[in-house]
Design a protein. Sequence first.
Length: 241
Amino acid sequence: MSEQESGRSRLRRALARPSRSQAVVGVLLAVVGFAAVTQIRTNETDSTYSGLREQDLIDVLDGLAGTTQRTQAEIDRLTRERQDLLSETTRREAALDRTKLEVDRLSVLAGAVPVTGPGVRVTITERTGVVSVATFLDVIQELRSVGAEAIQVNGEVRLLAQSSFEQGTGGIVIDGTLVEPPYVIDAIGDPDPLSGAMVFSLGPARQVRQDGGELTVEQLASLDIDTTVKPTDPAFAEPDP
């Protein structure tokens, strides 16, 4: 057997039956190779946090969690403020609407503004006698009792809650103004109750007939009351220029 063949034989035997030292070297080389491949893949996947330690990564995650909580808390706070502002605006608008409605209602009652709406026109004509102040006042009271919102007489006088009535020469004096027959009373409100209050069996129509007059009622879908009264209540006073 030659020297070359002897060397090859020894190599084959070594590969077939490696010694302990050769086995250790092989394992170390495998570990190093695996670590190298893993490092390359990690760098390709995430180059931002690849150099951080485990504790560093935990700290980063904790910081992100805290930032998220603070951001959500700020969002919640701003949302509550927005809802509060909307609620306050709604309450303010509702209060303004109520105030406006109340001012409008008081303005109508005070006779300070013209009024348009459905209602009735009551005409009292003297035939054989003179319609008394008491009978005329009963007509007005009946209209008010069934919901008349505004009343005027002969297009001249706007009636108020405190209006005065006196018998005058040739007519009735209302708030210092002489109103002559025929008396045309315009009343705004629900036409059915208003007309019904005039013609029921013991109502004003009967009293007018007893005085020698005649009462007729006309229901109107739209009625204009244009006469107004200069308000004396400071709440209705116009501001100084």
